[in-house]
Ligand binder design. Structure first.
Ligand code: PLP
Length: 389
């Protein structure tokens, strides 16, 4: 193997920011209106983000974990109701369910798309099932027609976990506009970021009021300041975060197009390599946000990751094991939640998720914001490793 790495230059730095962020931040600073109760940035962002999704409401909150929990509680989920979630996702998709005092039930993913498999959802339904949280994993929308049809048949609520899916679309409908509610994250790695933050989108007026109330210490829209109606907390974003989000939102459309174009190109190139399987793109995915570019390899994944890194291609293996195998679930470390639930996660079987945990490779979204020649470098690195092995 030649010693010179394929890539010596860095990929685009994330986050991308400049004068618009500076201008808005300084305006907030100088206004002295730093909290969302007094300024205009968060409110403007909520309106813009909701409109971009064809939704009537956007409720900004402190992160994408809290947004899931608030969405669940707003639906009136009751103690020990069951909520179906995928096992291949970040911790919060399931921990938020426990924090709503409900029981996460894991339904395996599809091996081609890495998204929750509707057949597995159907098999996981019991009389206690109340909701489904599909995750648009890596930025490819889940199989929403099938999921919404199951939900309609069994009278279940769908909450989209769109933490990876800013700007993605399903049959030309924005991800995050299809379920009863959706949750987004603005944590620092996300395609739209303010360092931390989250938002709930919905078209349902009653649910929106409930979310707003939980976000704002249990206050109600027409109530007075010292009037608290429901169990809740202070989950409001600051105006500084709102300022950054407004500036970042102006960049999102063009960035998403670039990621999608580059991701598509790289996927086609890598699919030619034997034993390497880039995430399959469903025909229903009209825009992929490529929060992650994912694939799995037949063998020696860890060595593959090391070799790619040695070629100057930043990458990782992603999750080391399926979510239900976390100590949190194995030890049922639920704190005050689910005191009476007879749940046991030892025997959960999600072989597809387990396999992807052993075989996945992740590349991050910022690598897809440069020119096509960046994709050629990534492709060349893979091809070099293949030809040398
Ligand atoms: C799929 C998914 N859901 C939820 C979250 C939680 O978002 P946050 O980190 O903003 O709490 C994340 C964050 O990484 C995520 O990847």
């Amino acid at each position: 193997m030649t010693r010179k790495p394929i890539r010596t230059r860095p990929f685009p730095f994330w986050p991308i920011f400049g004068k618009p962020e500076e201008k808005r931040l300084l305006r907030v600073l100088r206004s002295g209106k730093w909290g969302r109760l007094h300024g205009a940035e968060v409110a403007a962002f909520e309106k813009r983000f909701a409109e971009m999704h064809g939704c009537k409401h956007g409720i900004a909150v402190v992160n994408g974990t809290v947004s899931l929990r608030i969405a669940l509680i707003a639906t009136g989920i009751r103690a020990e109701d069951e909520v179906i979630v995928p096992p291949y996702t970040f911790f919060s998709t399931a921990s938020a369910v426990v924090e709503a005092n409900a029981v996460p039930v894991f339904a395996d993913i599809d091996l081609d798309t890495f998204n929750i498999d509707p057949a597995a959802i159907e098999a996981a339904i019991t009389p206690r099932t109340r909701a489904i949280i599909p995750v648009h994993f890596a930025g490819q929308p889940a199989d929403m027609d099938a999921i919404m049809a199951i939900a309609a048949r069994h009278k279940l609520i769908v909450i989209e976990d769109a933490a990876h899916a800013h700007g993605a679309s399903y049959k030309n409908r924005p991800a995050g506009s299809i379920g009863r509610l959706a949750s987004f994250s603005f944590q620092s790695s996300k395609n739209l970021t303010a360092g931390e933050g989250g938002v709930i989108t919905t078209n349902d007026d009653t649910l929106a009021d409930a979310c707003r109330s939980i976000q704002n210490c249990g206050r109600v829209p027409k109530g007075v300041w010292y009037e608290h109606h429901v169990i809740s907390g202070n989950y409001r974003l600051s105006e500084f975060q709102g300022a950054v989000l407004n500036a970042q939102l102006d960049r999102l459309k063009a960035q998403t197009r670039t990621r999608d174009r580059n991701g598509k190109y790289l996927a086609a190139r890598l699919a030619k390599l034997p034993g390497l399987y880039p995430q399959k793109r469903s025909a229903d995915c009209t825009r992929h946000s490529y929060h992650l570019f994912m694939m799995h390899v037949d063998s020696s994944r860890d060595l593959f990751v090391k070799r790619l890194q040695a070629e100057g291609i930043p990458c990782s293996a992603g999750y080391g094991f399926s979510l239900h195998q976390q100590p949190f679930f194995r030890n049922r470390a639920f704190g005050p939640y689910l005191p009476n639930a007879r749940v046991n996660y030892e025997n959960v079987s999600c072989p597809n998720s387990d396999l992807i945990c052993r075989q996945a490779i992740w590349l991050e979204q910022n690598m897809f914001l440069g020119p096509r020649s960046d994709m050629d470098d990534i492709g060349l690195a893979f091809e070099k490793i293949f030809s040398n092995s």
